[in-house]
Write a protein that binds this ligand. Sequence first.
Ligand code: HEC
Length: 132
Amino acid sequence: MRAGPAAAAAVLTLVLIAAASLSHAQTAGDPVGSGDAEAGDLDFQTQCVMCHAPEGGGVGPSLTGVVGRKAGSAPGFAYSAALKASGVVWTDKTLNAWITDPQAFIPGAAMPFKLDDAKMRADIIAYLGTQK
Ligand code: HEC
């Protein structure tokens, strides 16, 4: 029993190591956070702007200032109840999950579009970060 505290410390260390490698594994190979905003500008014009006009009034809400914004909070846009109630805040990570598969990320959301290309997603998200 005298080894108790040492054993507990060893277990704690292992848990910390496991947690650190898990968070690393989640970002390994994921280009989000290292996108090219200039390429993302062009991609946004071909993939998103037809629904997301910066000045509003489109099929989707304006995405100007979307990074850091609470989901479903652009004034004057009629969001789905699911998006408004989601409690999501838009960050690089939540945007990536959303654009990958909106209905998987927020069941009941109404965006009829998905983007499979991870590099394009990362670039568009980098671009959105410049649209304050
Ligand atoms: C065919 C039209 C369409 C396309 C194309 C489209 N969207 Fe959307 N988007 C929508 C609609 C509609 C909503 C509102 C969804 C809801 O209310 O559930 C939305 C919502 C969003 C939101 C949530 C905004 C907020 O204020 O909470 C983000 C972020 C978003 N879209 C990003 C994108 C990006 C980035 C692209 C391009 C890769 C894209 N969308 C392409 C229609 C579209």
